[in-house]
Design a protein. Sequence first.
Length: 173
Amino acid sequence: MTGFIQAWKRLLRPVALAVVPAIALAQSPLQDPCDMNRDGSLSEADKDVAASMVLNPTACSSPILANGACNAVMVQRVVNAILGGGCQTDTYHPHAVTLTWAASTTPSVTYNVHRSEAVGGPYTLIKAGVRVLNFFDPNVIAGRTYYYVVTATDSSGNSSTYSSQVTANIPTP
């Protein structure tokens, strides 16, 4: 079991962290911009609507990219949101953090993102079941510092220890 835990630790090093400034709010923060069909949930139907907008640009009304751009980047952002990575937009959030990490070699894992405002925790789970190697956190406040760690869970429910901690300093407006 010790070798298993050590392997998890090696495989869960976050490899990049970016604080992403954005322009003004494009819509109500209560509506997820990746919910393309506006049914209140993220699903394959949202991916289908996004793909349809790309194929028929006259029907493009995407709030994900600036100026209602409908292209492969917009579709990929919807797919990432469906897989748990969060909905990354160009115009929706005044500040945000983008996390990426190295993949686990264990098959069928999902990732859990944890955050704290104190070095070393305690950490709060902010997103479970992420199936991609990145997460977009729009729920940050200007002037604060956040500390993130990631864990992985295999198909049997075994969870890894925390990854190395990464820091995000959110600029003031």
